[in-house]
Design a protein around this ligand. Sequence first.
Ligand code: C2E
Ligand code: MG
Ligand code: MG
Ligand code: MG
Length: 285
Amino acid sequence: NADTAMYQAKASGRNNYAFYDPEMTEKALYRLEVEENLREAIKHRQFVMHYQPQYDIAEGKITGFEALVRWQHPEKGMIPPIDFIPLAEDTGMIIHIGQQVMFDAMLAAVNWRKSGIIDQRIAINVSARQFQDERLLELVEDSLMATGCQPEWIELEITESLVLSDYDYAANVLSALQKMGITVSIDDFGTGYSSLAELKRMPIDKLKIDQSFVRNIPEEREDCEITRAIISMANSLGLDLIAEGVETEQQAQFMVENGCQKAQGYLYSKPLPEEEIIQLLGRSH
Ligand code: C2E
Ligand code: MG
Ligand code: MG
Ligand code: MG
């Protein structure tokens, strides 16, 4: 390893010996390896979707699902998105992963309807790079066509920070998606400090309360207050609303009591592979 590092230092220029940093090299090499593996993963379609049900708290019924990607590595097993999405973003490979995710989730929506037991929407996460890519709308249309999925069967999730970083661009894209019949949802809401005025102008259908607030309910007074404020904003604008990362009965109860009817979280279910979703729904019929 030290040899490789030395070789790289030499290759990159005669005067660079002084800046040789084994830790940096170590990291760079690791990155290269993961990058190479990711390329293989895209080629061989090693990504699998898990689906997490969303619930109506009072009725205990499933109202929708969120599609969450995992990397099924041939040797390392199931790798969570946190371990490869950031690198995929940096390198642009997220565009290809995003294409596969969209196709797979839409196909699931079609198959679930064919099975006759599931008619809820599937929410698909859209990354920053994907959202800023001018071919996004085209990709959505092509994927709908290729899978036979109806726009009403899906929802797209965009993070709040992304919307705020270029408001006019975001408004245009989101409005085009809505016109197609797709539900638009703002993920991780509350972390980006949108104003009520901005929110009112934004073409969106739904807010997802970020789990960083939900986690500390009811212990942290501030997080309770922020959550109440978000709920009241959403309700006054007539937006659909769901709390993310609900893990306790107390948190679920807090939501209902304060006017948020829906929740998603380990209290109800972890993200599950497609077969288990079909079993879950089949049972409750
Ligand atoms: P997210 O979209 O905010 O998804 C929610 C994350 O919270 C998921 O993690 C989910 O498994 C986790 N979660 C759900 N309920 C609970 C709970 O009760 N407690 C806790 N502690 N966590 C809970 P996951 O699947 O690891 O995904 C992490 C993030 O990776 C997602 O955050 C999303 O930003 C990104 N991601 C996942 N799938 C995709 C994808 O297909 N495309 C893109 N672009 N990003 C994705
Ligand atoms: Mg999400
Ligand atoms: Mg979220
Ligand atoms: Mg998140």
